[in-house]
Design a protein. Sequence first.
Length: 394
Amino acid sequence: MSEAVLIRPAGIPDVWEYARLAVDAAKGAARGSLEEIARLCRGQRVVALMPGTSVTLHQVQVPARSTSEIRMAVPFALEEQLAGKVEGLHFAIGPKGADGMVPVAVMNGEALRAFLKPLQDAGITPDAVLPEPLALPWTDGTRSVLIDHGNAIVRTAVTGGFAIEAELLPSVLQRFGDAQAPARLWYDAESVSAAEVARIAAEMGKPVEQQALPPVLAAVFAQALHSQPCKIDLLQGEYRAQRGGGLLRFLPAIVVALAALLVHLGWSGWDLYALKRANADLDRRSGELFREAFPEVKRVVNMDAQADQALAALRSGSGAGDFLDLYVNAASVLQSIPGVEVGNITFREGQLSLEVQPGDTATVGQIAERIAAATGVPTTVQGETRIVMKGSAP
C-alpha cells in the first residue's frame, strides 16, 4: 500500500505544507507551491486539512438509525443553531455515539469546492479532507490549542473543536468544557511573542503545557493522525466522487471512449441487420430459382441436398429424360445466334422448356427450327416465347 501523506495550506498565500503520516512526521516535511507539493504527493494516499475557520463542528441527537436517515435528519436538527438557511451548506456526519449523539461538520458547499479546485488543477485528488481542529493531538480530559498567524485552532473532544482569532480564545474557551482542564499549547515562535503566549496560557487556566511548533506545522497534525484517525471526513455525498486516486480527472476521456464504443456497436448492429436482410433475400431468390429449375420437387427442406439429388437423377436419366444432353444441345445453337436471351428453364417428364427472347435477328420459330435441325430433337413452340424440346438427342 502506498504511503499516506498530509497536506494543508500554510496560512501564507500560495504556500502549502506536506508531511508523512508517521511517528517521525517532521522528517521530510516540506513547504512549497502547490505544484511542488503535488510532485511530493505523487503515487501516495493524500489527506488534506480544511482550515478550521471554514468549518463548524456540532453534536446533534437524531432518532434515525440508518446513515441515509441520519443524513436527511441532520440539517433540520441543526437549523436553529446555524446562521442563515441550510440551503447551500454541506453536512458531513461521523459515527453515531453510544449516547445517540451524531458528530457533524458543517461548511459552505462553495467553500469546499473552492478548496478542492486548486488541488485538482495541480493534479491532486485527496482521498480524504478533514476539519483541521480534529487533526490536533488530543487526549481525553484535556484541551489542545495551536496558535499560528493570529488564529487559534482548538480541539476540545474527539469530535469537538473550533478555530477563532487568537485574541478571542480565552473568553471563548471558558464556554467549552472544564476551564481548569489541562491543556497543551503549540505556538509559532516567529509569529507569536513569548509574552503573548504567556498571557493566553494564563487566561486558559492551569496547567498549560507550552510547546514551540516545528518549522513545518503539518508535522504536528500528521503525527497525530498517524496514531489517532479523524472520525469525520468532509468528502461525503456529492463530494464522495472526488475520491478514487484521481479517477475523476479521467472522466471526460471515459465518456468519449464510451460514446465511441456505442457508435461502433450501433454501426455493427446496422451492418448485421443489413447482412441478415440480404441473406434472407438471397435465400428467397435461391428458392425461387430452385423451384423454377426443379418444378417436380414439391417441398423444399434442404435446398443443397435436394439440388444434388435432382441433378444426380438428371445425369442418370432416371425417369425424366436426359436434361443435360438436351440443355447442352440447345445451348450450342443458342450461343450461335446473336442477341438471344434465355429466361426460365424447366425440365419435366422428359421435356426441356426454354423461355427465349430472340432479339432482332431471328424469331422464336426460326430458333426452334435451327435447334431441331442441328440436334435432331423434336422441337415445338408454345405461346410466343417458349421452345419445348422432347426426348433425348440421338
